[in-house]
Design a protein around this ligand. Structure first.
Ligand SMILES: Nc1ncnc2c1ncn2[C@@H]1O[C@H](COP(=O)(O)OP(=O)(O)OP(=O)(O)O)[C@@H](O)[C@H]1O
Ligand SMILES: [Mg+2]
Length: 274
């Protein structure tokens, strides 16, 4: 049984707009997955159905084999944590400490367990120095890490990060890469929505491509990024390294700098041959 099983889900907003149409995929423990797609493709709507914020109008989402239809959002949120695309839709406590603590209140933890979780989540996300600060005195890029810390502290089996790369500098991106590695290593499934194709190429083995309400590809980044028809259809730019590899006619679906360097060492630029 998969950790998450999404079967033929669709979602219609109250105004009648169909935002997600017949989407299926599954998620296993320890997987690190990127969901990519143009604006309005239906990415956020899809992941909100994974943690019960929205219930599908058709199809089903099973978490550990149990349908989200039979559980409240609060019950599902203990298993599937969601970091909102806009942190300001999530944050309402007066300090970073209280914000991280909030989600833990409904879990039956002792005070010291609670404190340990908060400190660990703050340390992992680089929030330790900000624990006493009002989140709204911090820049948006840091507020995003406050919301990520809240979800990490809740220790859910699945953690969904909606556009964590937006507005992040290199330090923020490196921190996100490190978090992905640590969390997946400990068995968590991480699902990240992002528009940063370079970040995806560097950090994710599996990508799910959404286009106009549907999943149009689900596979290894190494394969999907080289399917130009899929990338074009989804209005996505191939990562620079993929465009260079294709332009130079290099074999082997090169996706990282080490592989590119190795291919260049054996490439004869005078004859354009390996
Ligand atoms: N509350 C709503 N009522 C009606 N339509 C909505 C609502 N929220 C989103 N939509 C529409 O549903 C579609 C999918 O939205 P969604 O937020 O899931 O896209 P997305 O892939 O996350 O896009 P982005 O990359 O811009 O975040 C969009 O056309 C959007 O305008
Ligand atoms: Mg979105």
């Amino acid at each position: 049984m998969s950790l998450v099983e999404v079967t033929n889900i669709s979602y219609k907003y109250p105004n009648g707009y169909l935002a997600v149409d017949d989407v299926s995929f599954s998620i296993e423990a320890g997987e690190n997955i990127a969901i990519i797609g143009q604006n309005g493709a239906g990415k956020t709507t899809t992941v909100k159905m994974l943690n019960g914020l929205m219930k599908p109008c058709a199809g089903d989402v099973l978490i550990h084999g149990e349908s989200t239809k039979n559980h409240t959002t609060a019950q599902i949120a203990r298993k599937v944590g969601y970091v909102f695309q806009n942190p300001d839709d999530q944050i309402f406590n007066p300090t970073v400490y209280k914000e991280i603590e909030y989600g833990l209140k409904k879990q039956k933890l002792t005070m010291s367990e609670c404190e340990d979780r908060i400190k660990e989540a703050a340390s992992l996300t680089g929030m330790t120095d900000y624990l006493g600060v009002n989140p709204y005195d911090l820049p948006l890029s840091i507020r995003k890490f406050v919301t990520i810390a809240s979800v990490i502290a809740s220790n859910c089996d699945v953690m969904i990060f909606d556009e964590p790369t937006a507005g992040q500098d290199l330090d923020g991106l490196n921190r996100l890469s490190g978090l992905n590695r640590i969390l997946t290593k400990s068995g968590k499934a991480i699902v990240t929505i992002t528009h940063d194709m370079e970040f995806v190429a560097d950090n994710y083995e599996r990508v799910i491509v959404m286009c106009r309400k549907k999943v149009i590809a689900d596979g290894y980044a190494r394969d999907v990024f080289f399917q130009k028809d899929i990338m074009d259809r989804a209005m996505l730019k191939q990562p620079a390294i993929v465009r260079i590899a294709e332009g130079a006619g290099l074999q082997g679906n090169i996706l990282d700098v080490q592989e590119m360097a190795a291919a260049c060492r054996v490439y004869d630029f005078s004859t354009n041959k390996l």
